[in-house]
Design a protein around this ligand. Structure first.
Ligand code: ZN
Length: 311
């Protein structure tokens, strides 16, 4: 039996234009571009990683930009909201910052005794900033003062036609316990700082993955042995779990949770500094060794990007 999940590793979503995505997450939200690479399964597509200074698991939001692709549909069987932690007392700063960039902000409003700001990224991906006492180290060299900067993920919200089967899955081995309930929102937490909200929405249609939607949610595991234990455990419980895939910065297995959201379990090691030093993360296009011989062709086919100056 594997150990319980220590928390979110990363969240991966689909963007439209890569430059617009880069400018929003680094320039407005103040995250660090911690890796510039490609989708290993689709080398014609960038894979952009944003996070804190070290790109610590628990802070990493990644995007596959699909320029010109249609927007997806928010609905059930989907992670519909990505919520970041901000320090207590920072909501006012963020309202002003987002509004100064002509971003429509909903809130602040209270939820389970925390202050929440809701808004969307340029592709319609729903985001929240939530004041909370805990969090990761921020990126201190970005455009947002460190005292207000994003401190990793607060939680993700999964929208489900009904929450029972997903709730049973989270509590029956993943190590989550019920942490709150308000209207159709059911909160689960690992106690180690990882929170997942389930929204019961039987009236909604099923979501469709395309621009502006989350592709999958990845959970942390400390090493390969623990990951194999998860793979065995999931298969034993009847889940269709993939073979281990080498994502260079971590090793991954994938499966669908009972409500239909694609989950990944990713190892903490080797991490984002496996192929470039910490102070140079995100400055050049990194390719895995098996695609390096094709660098000229791959670079030539990707849209040009203007990278952030800071860092
Ligand atoms: Zn992933």
């Amino acid at each position: 039996m594997p150990h319980s999940i220590p928390g979110i590793h990363h969240v991966t979503a689909i963007a439209g234009d890569p430059q617009q995505n880069l400018d929003f997450y680094t320039g407005i939200l103040g995250l660090r571009l911690v890796k510039l690479t490609i989708n290993f399964d689709d080398p014609g597509t960038y894979h952009l990683y944003y996070g804190n200074e070290n790109g610590t698991p628990g802070t990493i939001l990644t995007f596959f930009p699909w320029p010109g692709a249609p927007r997806g549909r928010h609905g059930t069987g989907q992670a519909t909201v990505v919520s970041f932690a901000i320090p207590a007392g920072s909501v006012k700063f963020w309202v002003e910052r987002l509004q100064a960039s002509q971003i429509r902000v909903d809130g602040p409003f209270p939820r389970f005794d925390e202050q929440v700001l809701a808004f969307a990224d340029p592709d319609g991906l729903q985001l929240e900033l939530i004041e909370t006492a805990t969090g990761f180290e921020p990126w201190r060299q970005g455009p947002v003062p460190a005292e207000h900067a994003i401190r990793g993920f607060h939680s993700v919200t999964l929208t489900e036609p009904g929450c029972e089967s997903t709730a049973a899955f989270l509590t029956g081995g993943m190590g989550f316990g019920k942490a709150g309930e308000a209207s159709n929102r059911f909160r689960y937490s690992t106690g180690a700082g990882s929170t997942i909200d389930l929204l019961s929405a039987p009236e909604l249609r099923r979501g469709m993955v395309a621009v502006g939607t989350v592709h999958h949610v990845a959970w942390r595991t400390p090493d390969d042995a623990e990951q194999r234990a998860w793979q065995h455990e999931l298969a034993t419980r009847g889940h269709d779990v993939t073979a281990v895939r080498d994502r260079k910065y971590f090793h991954s297995i994938y499966f669908n949770e009972p409500g239909g959201v694609l989950f990944e379990i990713a190892t903490d090691p080797p991490g984002l500094t496996v192929d470039e030093p910490l102070d140079e993360l995100g400055r050049r296009l990194m390719l895995p060794p098996w695609l390096e011989p094709q660098r000229t062709r791959i670079e030539g086919a990707l849209p040009r990007l203007k990278l952030p100056l800071a860092g």
